[in-house]
Design a protein around this ligand. Structure first.
Ligand SMILES: Nc1ncnc2c1ncn2[C@@H]1O[C@H](COP(=O)(O)OP(=O)(O)O)[C@@H](O)[C@H]1O
Ligand SMILES: O=C(O)C1=C[C@@H](OP(=O)(O)O)[C@@H](O)[C@H](O)C1
Ligand SMILES: [Mg+2]
Length: 169
């Protein structure tokens, strides 16, 4: 079946469900943020702080397009990646894409408690965080909705995800 790219807003579960889906299908797993971190030798948050967002967007796009993907791989992307350059079209022409959709409130609940800092959120909390996510998701969702499949991020299971990518749902 080739490459399966998971896309969606920060906190929707791309990294955690990508790993589980790959294990369930017997596929390789690649998280592009982890690939970037290994390449630059610092965390995404540190890279943002020292080089800025523009450099990060250039580098994540380059990594998307130059990674040597094993034949069957689940690829978790960063939440902003589909929304820059022609990255979303590139993924659609190299495999299937799967958008994990969640409401701003559900995303905010998860992101407030997340261990991995997301520099784009600049430490926002509570109502300010929900309002920021509503605004950012409105900007980004048109890109995510170009995905081959859209799944509800609340009711997730490996069986459901695997069914979607093999065309059962
Ligand atoms: N049902 C769930 N599925 C996935 N993640 C969940 C769920 N409930 C809470 N979380 C939390 O939400 C966050 C999802 O993070 P992650 O998988 O890194 O998402 P992404 O890569 O899309 O930003 C994690 O902190 C995780 O503990
Ligand atoms: O949405 C974004 O702009 C970002 C999402 C992050 O990945 P996750 O979606 O895995 O949190 C990471 O790539 C970076 O912090 C920027
Ligand atoms: Mg992630």
């Amino acid at each position: 079946m080739g490459l399966i790219f998971l896309v969606g807003f920060m906190g929707c579960g791309k990294t955690s469900w990508g790993r589980k889906l790959a294990a369930g299908l017997g596929y390789e797993f690649i998280d592009l943020d982890h690939t970037l971190e290994a390449k630059v030798g610092s965390t995404v948050a540190e890279y943002f702080a020292s080089h800025g967002e523009e450099a990060f967007r250039n580098l994540e796009s380059e990594i998307l397009k130059t990674t040597a993907y094993p034949q069957n791989t689940v690829v978790s992307t960063g939440g902003g990646l589909p929304c820059f350059f022609d990255n979303m079209d590139w993924m659609n022409s190299h495999g299937q894409t799967l958008y994990i959709q969640l409401s701003p409130k559900a995303l905010a609940n998860r992101l407030e408690n997340a261990k991995t800092p997301r520099p784009v959120l600049q430490g926002k909390k509570g109502d300010e965080l929900v309002a920021f996510i509503e605004h950012k998701l409105a900007e980004r969702e048109g890109f995510y909705l170009k995905a081959t499949h859209v799944v509800d991020g609340i009711d997730m299971s490996v069986e459901k995800l695997a069914g979607v990518v093999v065309g059962l749902h």
